[in-house]
Design a binder for this molecule. Structure first.
Ligand code: ACM
Ligand code: ZN
Length: 544
């Protein structure tokens, strides 16, 4: 297998770096693989210096598409194409919307005598058609070279409407420039949802104007545990946060690339950074410190204190102003019940709300359901829906909540049966903070586990025990990057790449077109985009 990928890489090198005058575009090397590629004869259309890109200049999304395409051709082939809004005549690359294409992210790309035409179900579909064309081109060259694009008809659409990647910026803060680079890599892989984990026990990373303490104090921990030694600390303060201007800038940067940013404010657990600022919101009253070690903390928001809800409503007023996403992620994972069991206020709430133990759940489990539902109801008044981790199923949660299944696929299965929408992110396949090889002797420290590229590729959320109707609730797949041990951009890239390529293929490609050998062969060539983008990536399967 390694040899096969390596020879693909050599072929790509020959193909793409010796271009003194003309190179061939190759749609057979694209990741994720388009649904249908039909070659039409032996001819080709040659993209040259000053080839025109024709589009509707009244439509700002199409103008942006034209800009992206021109940029990719410049970066990949050193050619400056001409943007020629609205001009239809002559040979050109034409971008258009076709309302007959049912899927708004679908597209048809045709190459023939008249040139290249990319028609999309919407401007989003055109964007993905452009991505496919881009990925058939060289990735970078010092030399100007014309590109011969074979006559072809490509018909394509994604398997799933939700194609996510997550980044935890609480355990380690990542600079704005890196977050944009991460969004770029998502776009390269046709992903459309960035799940941004912004707050946790070890740091609050988003400016909230009403509560400046959250970033002044809650974003800084006084020290961090060393490797996995729970009793050893580095003695160095660590912090960082995003201003609201930076958040808006990132949300726009993502939207321009058809990526929705879903913010996560994890509650009622994983809140110690906020409790350090507002100890009265904890059951014991504190004092609390922003956590310097990893793990599950017993201190969570007090569910008996109305102040907890007032605080969260004020936070979400600002969050919903910054993030236009339909969904807001409100966490719900890993919230121990110990403090609630001992807290008079929480117990009084249990009594007042008539929450009772039953065979499946404790009164405290139901108190968490009460907590999540109260926040969901508030967000509903702002027209938003919630996503929560699969723990929120325990004790019951309203059917309108979308469940993120992370402890396995069982939570997702149960949720789909109950009529919830589901996003699959099972840790044994989709946790990119896990090691990517069984032999960890040469690997940087990771949290544990083992999720090699092949394991990612093997995941299919089509569970045999769900009916077709229940399957409709599975909106898509996401991988998560928790960053306890991932402290730099280079390390984050190493953990995500090339696993993101395998992820993109299971998010986009229908199961009947999935093929591991074809994927790994294409990957050998595809990594040229990682090289061109300056990404660090793992090479276990790449023979280099
Ligand atoms: C999680 O990994 N705690 C969602
Ligand atoms: Zn309490």
């Amino acid at each position: 297998m390694m040899r096969k990928i390596f020879s693909g890489l050599l072929a790509a090198t020959v193909l793409f770096s010796c271009c003194n005058s003309q190179v061939d575009a190759d749609f057979g090397k694209v990741i994720p693989l388009p649904a249908r590629i039909e070659y039409e004869g032996d001819g080709s259309f040659v993209i040259k210096e000053r080839t025109r890109v024709v589009y509707d200049s009244e439509d700002s999304a199409m103008a942006r598409n034209a800009d992206f395409l021109a940029g990719y051709i410049r970066d990949g082939a050193g050619l400056d194409v001409r943007k020629a809004p609205d001009r239809k005549a002559g040979k050109s690359i034409t971008l258009d919307i076709d309302t007959l294409i049912a899927n708004e992210e679908g597209y048809i790309l045709t190459v023939g005598k008249k040139g290249i035409e990319i028609r999309g179900g919407s401007a989003k579909g055109v964007f993905y058609g452009i991505q496919t064309l881009r990925k058939a081109l060289p990735a970078s060259t010092e030399v100007r070279c014309r590109v011969a694009v074979p006559y072809v008809r490509i018909t394509d659409e994604p398997r799933f409407g939700y194609r996510g990647l997550h980044l935890d910026v609480a355990r380690h803060y990542f600079p704005v420039e890196f977050v944009k680079k991460y969004i770029d890599l998502m776009a390269l892989h046709n992903m459309n949802t960035f799940h941004w984990h912004l707050t946790d026990d070890q740091g609050w990373r988003i400016e909230i104007r009403q509560y400046p303490e959250l970033t002044a104090k809650g974003s800084v921990r006084k020290e961090t545990m060393v490797r996995k030694n729970v009793n050893e600390f580095d003695g160095t303060p660590y912090g960082g946060y995003y201003t609201q201007d930076e958040i808006r800038d990132i949300v726009k940067y993502a939207a321009d690339r058809n990526i929705t940013v879903i913010p996560e404010i994890d509650l009622p657990g994983h809140m110690v950074a906020a409790l350090a600022c507002f100890p009265e919101l904890g059951c014991t009253g504190g004092p609390y410190e922003v956590a310097g070690k990893w793990g599950i903390m017993p201190d969570i928001l007090c569910a008996g204190n109305d102040g907890s809800f007032e605080f969260l409503e004020n936070v979400f007023d600002e969050i919903t102003g910054l993030f236009p996403s339909e969904y807001i992620h409100i966490g719900g994972d890993e919230a121990p019940r110990t403090r609630w069991e001992a807290c008079p206020k929480c117990q009084a709430r249990i009594k007042a709300e008539n929450l009772k133990d039953d065979d499946a759940s404790s009164a405290e489990d139901k108190l968490q359901s009460y907590f999540m539902t109260r926040i969901e109801d508030y967000l509903k008044t702002k027209g938003r829906k919630i996503i929560g981790w699969d723990e929120i199923l325990k004790g019951g949660v309203s059917q309108s909540a979308t469940i993120m299944s992370w402890r396995g696929t069982e939570g997702g299965r149960d949720a789909a049966r109950l009529g919830h929408d589901v996003i699959m992110t099972p840790r044994n396949y989709m946790y990119f903070d896990y090691y990517q090889t069984a032999d960890t002797s040469d690997e940087p420290l990771a949290i544990g586990g083992c999720v090699p590229l092949e394991k990612v590729y093997s995941f299919d959320p089509e569970l045999p025990d769900l009916t077709p109707e229940e399957h409709k609730h599975i909106l898509g797949i996401q991988a998560n990057l928790w960053t306890e041990y991932i402290s730099t951009p280079e390390y984050a890239e190493y953990m995500v790449l090339p696993r993101a390529a395998a992820l993109s293929e299971i998010q986009w490609v229908r199961p009947e077109n999935k093929d591991w050998d074809s994927f790994t062969e294409r990957l050998g060539s595809f990594v040229r985009f990682y090289d061109a983008g300056g990404y660090n990536y793992a090479r276990h399967l790449l023979g280099k």
